[in-house]
Design a binder for this molecule. Sequence first.
Ligand code: SAM
Ligand code: FES
Length: 349
Amino acid sequence: MTEQTRQLIEKLAAGCVLQLEEYQELIDTRDQEAAILLAEKAVDIRKSIYGNAVYVRGLIEISNICKNNCLYCGIRRGNSHCDRYRLTSEEVISCADEGYELGFRTFVLQGGEDPFFTDQVLCQLITAIKARHPDCAVTISMGERSRESYKKLKEAGADRYLLRHETADREHYGRLHPPEMSFDTRMRCLRDLRELGFQVGCGFMVGSPYQTSRTLAEDLKFIEEFQPDMCGIGPFVPHKETPFKDQPAGTLELTCYLLSIIRLIHPPVLLPATTALGTIHPQGREKGILAGANVVMPNLSPVSVRKKYELYDNKICTGEESAQCKDCLGARMESVGYRIVTDRGDIKK
Ligand code: SAM
Ligand code: FES
């Protein structure tokens, strides 16, 4: 590690913001020594806020039908090999009920941009889950919607919204998405969600095609400025039926490095060790926690649909029942000195 890199890490750990060029340098000059120092600082600061608690979110993948055609995504509209499904409201509610019994206090309803999920349908679902489990948080991750729509979801009781920004670089955004999708719309959605009072999550894939240390530095600057409540970052993993099928996957090493940096940029942020990280390495999620993450998202979807929500190749956790998935993650967290807690897991500001 160069002296300059060490100074940048110390500066970050002291709570100072870096210039765009400094973030880029921190990424470009990284080595194992720098990664270890960053992770140490990130874990220290996270422990001072969250101790050794890891929050769990029960992920319910409610539909793999999507009107969008994001170039990286396995459930994109253009993938005619994708076996499409949509859960009924009863099925979603029963997944949440099962999750509640298992100790989950946050449910994440995620899916493609499926036109079936109108405001009315989604609001009824949110209202039903909140009525049955008033002590739980409901997170929605259903993509871009109008401000009016987000407002209705909030009024129905949704607490949080996850919408990854995917990249903070306009040109890069254009290379990951078809022309009908726009960077400005994505940013508008994130602003609307924030203004409407949601706890908001942004995020991006590590190693997405055309990503550079410069675009990553822009992502870090964006996170520093936007101060999201949650930030989902995981490696890009190619899917065989997408235009990016021959692109290399993102790495564990860079993902962990960035997790540590993001923890230091915004210490209270809720940062998941993602399923994609577990997919590219058998201990990926444990390593994510050891780099500064503090959330895991076990799958609560019915086993019959798990394989169909295939965003990328070889996705893990598609065969296990919900209880197995939770126990497996619990044991994994304990193996590295952490414990899963039964808690809504709101951000501690
Ligand atoms: N439709 C919602 C949305 O767009 O936010 C939620 C579902 S979308 C599939 C959730 C996230 O999966 C995306 O934000 C993207 O970052 C991630 N994702 C999609 N394809 C991926 C891939 N090939 N590798 C890793 N992550 C991927
Ligand atoms: Fe819509 Fe991936 S293209 S969820």
